[in-house]
Design a protein around this ligand. Structure first.
Ligand SMILES: Nc1ncnc2c1ncn2[C@@H]1O[C@H](COP(=O)(O)OP(=O)(O)OP(=O)(O)O)[C@@H](O)[C@H]1O
Length: 307
């Protein structure tokens, strides 16, 4: 049986005056996964996330969140938490007081605050005023606030903005734990490495339209030829074998011992088999730019050509 969907959007449109921000968006977000939304500036990511959070309503199209159709009222759908354009926080209150205020506003007991702050790594600054917080600390506090509501769908716009490596580790940890417990996450990011590290599925938007949506592995398979760095124990023989393998083109190496080859995955597989059969060890093999980055760059170049 198919897994239920956390988000099902069909033919969503949204305009701001003359600007068409979303132009017939279809989107399926599988339950219990982290789904990445990527695209150039102005592609419509924040607008789409805003619809999921009930901050705006679509002009047309159908939207179901956690199995329930979204109506015309501006309200956060049940079970959904998150933020766009940074979390809404009270600067004159401490981190702990901000979370207590949030729970009080919702009429809920002020429990779980220490744990939420701990999960995002803000225990040491729990009693500092938010006014002095960096962007990364605010992002982490926003995530702690979202955690307190125990969401079934978490919606985050650029959650790794401003995060240092330690902050990122906390945020990644929180998101992965949430998903392991069955929460679904939709996040936007300009960082393809973050998306690749976190997301199992990705949707690429460009000028309000979906240009790709699905598992990252499908994107890799659909990609045309990519450049790969290949480092082996015998660079000279590897270069010769690469030259003899159909579908492989040698791109000049960055360093003498490192070969950069271009080709489809199938041709690359053939080269690796030949190299190993020749008794040569493969020490490093990786795309020069990842399939997601390559798809993104190709898309941006295409857009520039169309302008
Ligand atoms: N409130 C608004 N009023 C007018 N135009 C808007 C509004 N919100 C978004 N837009 C326009 O809609 C389009 C999509 O914007 P959106 O912020 O959703 O893109 P984005 O993909 O999130 O971009 P970025 O990566 O720059 O954050 C843009 O052309 C933007 O200028």
């Amino acid at each position: 049986m198919d897994r239920p969907l956390a988000v099902r959007a069909r033919g969503i449109t949204k305009s701001f005056g003359e600007v068409i921000a979303l132009d017939g968006i279809d989107l399926d977000v599988a339950d219990g996964q982290i789904h990445g939304l990527v695209g150039p500036n102005g592609a419509g990511k924040t607008t789409l996330l805003g619809l999921l959070l009930g901050l705006a309503v679509a002009d047309s199209g159908g939207l179901e969140i956690l199995g329930t159709p979204v109506g015309r009222a501006l309200s956060v759908p049940d079970g959904v938490a998150g933020f766009v354009d940074g979390p809404g926080l009270y600067p004159s209150l401490t981190a702990r007081q901000n979370l207590a205020a949030l729970l009080a506003l919702r009429g809920e007991p002020t429990t779980g605050i220490g744990d939420a702050l701990d999960q995002v790594g803000l225990t040491d600054v729990a009693d500092d005023r938010v006014r002095g917080f960096s962007l990364g600390m605010r992002q982490r506090l926003g995530l702690a606030a979202a955690l307190l509501t125990k969401p079934r769908l978490l919606v985050l716009d650029e959650p790794s903005n401003g995060l240092d490596p330690a902050g990122k580790k906390h945020v990644y940890g929180v998101l992965n734990r949430l998903v392991a417990d069955g929460t679904s996450v939709v996040l936007s990011s300009h960082r393809m490495d973050d998306v690749e590290a976190l997301c199992s599925e990705v949707t690429i938007l460009a000028t309000g339209r979906v240009v790709f949506s699905g598992p990252l592995s499908k994107l890799a398979a659909e990609n045309g030829e990519l450049d790969y760095r290949l480092l082996t124990s015998d660079p000279e023989t590897t270069r010769r074998l690469a030259g003899e393998t159909d579908g492989i083109h040698i791109v000049d190496g960055i360093a003498a011992e490192l070969l950069v080859v271009r080709g489809l995955v199938s041709a690359l597989d053939e080269l690796v088999v030949r190299v190993v059969q020749a008794g040569i060890a493969v020490r490093e093999l990786a795309p020069v730019v990842s399939p997601l980055e390559a798809a993104f760059l190709a898309l941006t170049e295409q857009q520039e050509l169309n302008q």
